[in-house]
Unconditional design. Structure first.
Length: 159
């Protein structure tokens, strides 16, 4: 299925207070790589689809990012990079995003630090993992019906 992705949603489970107006960026791209074992795919090889602020409410929530630039998915392996720049605040280690564990242990990469500012255009290091964020993508296929695409994989029609 090919089409235009218009939103991406992730799921949080935060035990602390709501975090408001947090800066975030999201890039999307298509790759022929079967996984991320070789290295990161830099943001410069992708399309910036969201650059703004977002609220992360306390409790269990769906956080939906309306893409400022819909992403034209034309088939292949979709790659998504999230970046929330480091700030001066410290937040609870009990604040989590919901995840799914893939049988492909090379499916994702992550990195985080309390003292290092990472460059999405030139990422190095980090952890290679099979743990991926629970994600829902909303796409309008070329046929016209609206679909929702989630991790773990399930496709539902949203007419």
């Amino acid at each position: 299925m090919v089409g235009n992705i218009s939103t991406i949603s992730i799921y949080n489970q935060f035990t602390t207070a709501t975090l408001t107006n947090m800066p975030a960026k999201i890039w999307m791209g298509i790759t022929t790589q079967p996984d991320l074992s070789a290295n990161w795919i830099p943001s410069t090889d992708m399309t910036l689809v969201f650059d703004g602020t977002v609220n992360f409410p306390a409790g269990q929530n769906t956080i939906t990012f309306p893409l400022q630039v819909p992403f034209a998915y034309t088939g292949g392996n979709l790659v998504v990079m999230f970046n929330r720049p480091m700030d001066t605040g410290y937040y609870s280690s009990l604040d989590h995003f919901k995840t799914d564990t893939s049988t492909n242990t090379n499916r994702a990469r992550n990195m985080f630090s309390d003292s290092v500012t990472y460059d999405p255009a030139a990422p190095t290091g980090g952890t290679l993992t099979g743990i991926v964020p629970m994600t829902t993508l909303t796409m309008t296929p070329m046929t016209g019906d609206l679909y929702s695409w989630s991790t773990p994989p399930r496709i539902t029609s949203v007419m």
